[in-house]
Design a protein around this ligand. Structure first.
Ligand code: SF4
Length: 243
């Protein structure tokens, strides 16, 4: 069984603990207006490479010394890594056998049984929460958030280690009603999960231009005080956030 990988990035420090190798899977069922990895969305990406479980593991193992010295590991991102669940599952099992820490960076959009099976094999989930309103979620990502919120609740119920990540998009996900909805959801969970806010940066704008794809939020900029406002909302509810 082979998997389709768009890119492998080494020495990453924002995708989980320690120094990490991030493997970007090709394919994503969402189509977020702000996607920084827009070329990873189609399942048949032009720069995609096909790997067997062993050949991908070989790439990951090249960085083993950095994982060991920094308590790092490998993060599977994308695209959406759960679009290739069988391959991902096999790679996770192979990493587990070799004591390599694994994290899954996911939109949460996957069938529940697949999500739970993958969660049971990984060490950590980096679970993205974008928009609380289903109507907005459909508008800005192309899919409903019902399955995502349901997965989050199930994962929490079953005590899987998670970090919740909120991409803060100006005029979209940084709105007061959205943040308030997300705070209420986080507060309703059984466990306390660290919350990471991912500030917006406009680097993707150039990429869209190069790829000749219209960038729907062209010109959007994040003001410092907006970021601060969001941080304060979490603080008011005694939720510590990392930015
Ligand atoms: S979930 Fe992530 S990879 Fe998929 S479209 Fe949205 S931002 Fe891009």
């Amino acid at each position: 069984m082979n998997g389709f990988v768009a890119n492998i990035q080494r020495f990453c420090i924002h995708d989980g603990p320690g120094i990490r190798t991030t493997v970007f899977f090709q394919g994503c069922p969402l189509n977020c207006w702000w996607c920084h990895n827009v070329e990873f969305i189609p399942i048949d990406g032009q720069t995609t490479r096909e790997y067997s479980v062993d050949s991908l593991l070989e790439e990951i193992l090249k960085d083993r010394v950095f994982f060991e010295t920094s308590e790092g590991g490998v993060t599977f991102s994308g695209g959406e890594p759960l679009t290739q669940p069988h391959f991902l599952n096999k790679v996770l099992k192979a990493c587990r056998k070799r004591n390599i820490h694994t994290a899954i960076d996911t939109s949460g959009y996957a069938q529940r049984n697949i999500m739970l099976e993958i969660a049971s094999q990984a060490n950590l989930l980096l679970f993205d929460l974008k928009l609380f309103s289903d109507k907005d979620h459909i508008k800005y990502t192309g899919v409903s958030n019902k399955i995502i919120l349901d997965n989050l609740i199930q994962l929490d119920e079953q005590n899987y280690p998670m970090r919740i990540r909120i991409p803060l998009i100006p005029g979209i996900s940084d709105q007061v009603e959205n943040i308030q909805g997300i705070i209420e959801l986080i507060q309703s969970l059984k466990n306390t999960h660290p919350v990471d806010i991912l500030p917006y940066h406009q680097m993707a704008e150039e990429k869209y231009k190069r790829l000749e794809i219209p960038y729907k939020i062209k010109g959007a900029r994040q003001k410092k005080h907006e970021l601060q406002k969001v941080r304060n909302m979490f603080k008011k509810h005694n939720i510590t956030v990392n930015i």
